[in-house]
Design a protein around this ligand. Structure first.
Ligand SMILES: NC(=O)c1ccc[n+]([C@@H]2O[C@H](COP(=O)([O-])OP(=O)(O)OC[C@H]3O[C@@H](n4cnc5c(N)ncnc54)[C@H](O)[C@@H]3O)[C@@H](O)[C@H]2O)c1
Ligand SMILES: [Zn+2]
Length: 353
């Protein structure tokens, strides 16, 4: 990953060295196009002919239909295998553009230029690409590694506060699962991060990326370790599945982490007090501690039962044992099971808090 402040000013040089190509196609959305897409296209024109493609911003456009439209536009422009795609935008752009790159002419090179905090520390890392379907998010896709990830924290200055907070939920998760000192530094650095101070953003993005990359790499030796990235996500996914787009993913993760931490304390896996520390940190970043509307408990439980390979009457969770460390199951696995009645209790308390 190339990480810096003001990197987009040098985009042409960076692309020439990390991903030289005969032609470039920038894929972006309608919000990011006027902010960074157009100037990126103008800069790239200096090194190779550049096409600028955009689709309407929003998760609901991360579909096969948008994938088809973008692909048809590339075909009409006769882009060949020597060309490369640049995904300039948040995770929606990255996932879609990556999936286009994975499939166009059976796969061409691409570069991620993430412009949201979430994309910088999460979606641009790991090579997962894809689209949503009626039956759920990210159900159709491919693994396709980008040639480079170019993250310019200056782009975060235009990010709406709620979107910054949503990214911070994942950053706090990284601290909680792997590095207590990092978690502490995010609490201490809250004002600087909210003020978009470049050094504070650079430090957070760098450490979060290290943690995500480290976990994903370890997963190859120690199968299943990747599951620790799911802390907060079992409940978050169930909330998202039952409350549609009422809340941003990061908001759902905030609520999910707090609920799962409480669950961990309840079943004696998580150190007492962790949930309280977590709640304080989430709140300081303006993240919700409970869902905006009362959750449908039965439906949430249904989703969770299907979500993972669960055994009878239990649901599995990735839970911290203490800040920065994850609990292991009896066989060394990275998830632990919780009885459904305790899960129900915790879910019920979500609406009371
Ligand atoms: N591939 C993976 O491993 C992975 C991991 C986590 C999440 N995801 C996916 O990422 C997506 C969420 O990503 P996201 O939170 O970045 O959402 P997003 O791409 O929808 O961006 C959020 C909003 O911010 C706008 N925006 C982007 N950059 C901006 C900027 N610099 N200034 C102002 N506005 C800006 C966008 O136009 C959009 O309206 C989801 O689809 C999720 O499934 C993928
Ligand atoms: Zn997530």
């Amino acid at each position: 990953m190339v990480l810096g402040e003001g990197l987009l000013d040098d985009l042409a040089e960076l692309m020439a060295s990390y991903c030289p190509a005969s032609r470039y196609a920038i894929v972006t959305d309608s919000t990011v196009a006027p902010l960074y897409g157009k100037s990126a296209a103008a800069a790239l024109e200096k090194v190779a002919p550049t096409l600028l493609l955009q689709f309407p911003a929003g998760e609901w456009n991360k579909t096969r239909e948008t994938w088809a439209t973008l692909t048809d536009q590339l075909l009409a422009a006769q882009l060949d295998r020597e060309a490369a795609i640049l995904a300039v935008g948040g995770g929606v752009v990255g996932d879609l553009a990556g999936f286009v790159a994975a499939t166009y002419l059976r796969g061409i090179r691409y570069v991620q230029v993430p412009t949201t905090l979430l994309a910088m520390i999460d979606s641009a890392i790991g090579g997962k690409t894809g689209v949503d379907t009626q039956l759920g998010k990210n159900l159709v896709g491919a693994f396709h590694q980008p040639r480079a990830v170019i993250a310019d924290v200056r782009t975060l200055t235009s990010l709406p506060p709620l979107q910054l907070a949503a990214g911070m939920a994942e950053a706090l998760k990284h601290g909680a699962i792997a590095d207590a000192a990092y978690f502490e530094s995010l609490i201490a650095g809250e004002q600087a991060i909210r003020a978009r101070e470049p050094q504070a953003l650079l430090d957070a993005v760098r450490r979060s990326v290290e943690i995500k990359v480290g976990v994903v790499a370890e997963d190859e030796r120690e199968r299943g370790r990747r599951a620790v990235l799911n802390f907060g996500h079992t409940i978050a996914h169930a909330l998202e599945a039952t409350q549609g787009y009422e809340l941003l993913h990061g908001e759902a993760v905030a609520v999910g982490m707090l609920a799962e931490a409480k669950l961990g304390e309840r079943i004696g896996v998580t150190e007492e007090g962790l949930a309280k520390t977590l709640a304080g940190a989430l709140e300081s970043y303006g993240l919700p501690l409970s869902p905006p509307v009362d959750p449908d408990l039965e439906r949430m439980l249904d989703v969770m039962r299907q979500d993972k390979k669960n055994r009878e009457g239990t649901v599995r969770f990735a839970l911290p044992s203490r800040m920065g460390e994850m609990a292991r199951g009896p066989g060394g696995e990275w998830t632990v099971s919780a009885p459904e009645n305790v899960v129900s209790d915790v879910l019920r308390e979500l609406s009371d808090s």
